[in-house]
Ligand binder design. Structure first.
Ligand code: ZN
Length: 289
């Protein structure tokens, strides 16, 4: 039997929560971090992130899909602007570069890191400097970036603690870290258990709650400025991503202005209902004196 050390507190005592897709999801008995144990090998993960992961995105879909993602990314950039107004921004897990595009429009010198060469080539074609591979392999200089963003990425990594430490190293002393990922303590997660749609142990290796994400970020040396929870599905693009080139997708894109209007209303209802499937966290390397 393989022992996995907890990525947050290094304990190796855990209890089984679920078995899904033949993988076990356990909870650390010391700190409460939830993770896949044992973890899929690097080879298995490599297979997941080959071209197929992004194959819904082709040249023709690029502009329309970008439109679908942009409103949410603008909201995130507004949050970031309240902490830092300009400089070098790195989006880790930048995919085809939708956020990079929004950041560039907002005046940021935006670059990215992306494990899928298919997606990174796409972002490069839009003129972005993108490193293809893992963040730790990129070898950025110390104190290089003003902002590093992780949009639905940290939960996919085999070693989130190492990633956060690396981000701490490459951020300037006044740098900002932004993280968004699924909330395992959400009402829907607790209600639906192993059927929760974010419980995808081949892709999502870690399941954070606001408390465990805060502690992970603090352990890497950051000071958390804000943690909040919000409803999922603020973005129809997230759903479209997995539809590929289907008729439904074409229809949704065609009637985009209408779907956006419906979405806004649905989102308001979800907020009122207190949906909390997503965690959004902002942290700084060190607080200004
Ligand atoms: Zn632990």
């Amino acid at each position: 039997m393989t022992h996995t050390e907890c990525n947050l507190c290094q304990a190796d005592r855990s209890s089984l929560l679920f078995t899904k897709d033949s993988l076990q999801i356990v909870k650390c008995l010391e700190c409460g971090l939830i993770y896949v144990h044992p973890q899929p090998s690097e080879t298995e993960l490599g297979t997941i992130y080959k071209n197929g992961y992004f194959n819904g995105t082709g040249q023709t879909d690029y502009l329309t899909e970008k439109k679908l993602y942009t409103p949410r990314f603008r909201e995130r950039l507004k949050d970031i602007d309240s902490l830092k107004t300009n400089g070098k921004l790195l989006d880790v897990g930048c995919a085809v570069g939708y956020f990079l595009e929004a950041a560039r429009q907002d005046g940021w010198e935006a670059s990215g890191v992306e494990i899928s060469s298919y997606a990174s080539e796409f972002a490069k074609k839009s003129g972005f400097d993108v490193f293809t591979g893992r963040l730790e392999e990129a070898g950025y200089p110390d104190k290089h970036f003003d902002v590093v963003t992780l949009w639905h990425v940290l939960e996919h990594m085999r070693n989130p603690a190492a990633c956060l430490k690396e981000i701490h190293r490459i951020l300037k002393d006044t740098g900002v870290l932004a993280v968004e990922l699924p909330n395992i303590e959400s009402k829907r997660s607790r209600k639906t258990g192993e059927n929760w749609d974010q419980l995808k142990p081949r892709e999502h290796l870690y399941y954070f709650a606001p408390s465990t994400l805060t502690r992970s970020v603090e352990k890497a040396g950051f000071q958390v400025v804000r943690v909040s929870t919000l409803p999922k599905g603020t973005h129809i693009g997230e759903k479209l991503e997995h539809l590929g080139r289907t008729k439904i997708k074409k229809w949704l894109i065609r009637f985009f202005p209408l779907t956006r209007w419906i979405k806004t209303i649905l989102l308001r209802i979800k907020k009122v209902a207190g949906e909390d499937d997503i965690i959004l966290l902002y942290a700084v390397k060190s607080k200004p004196e």
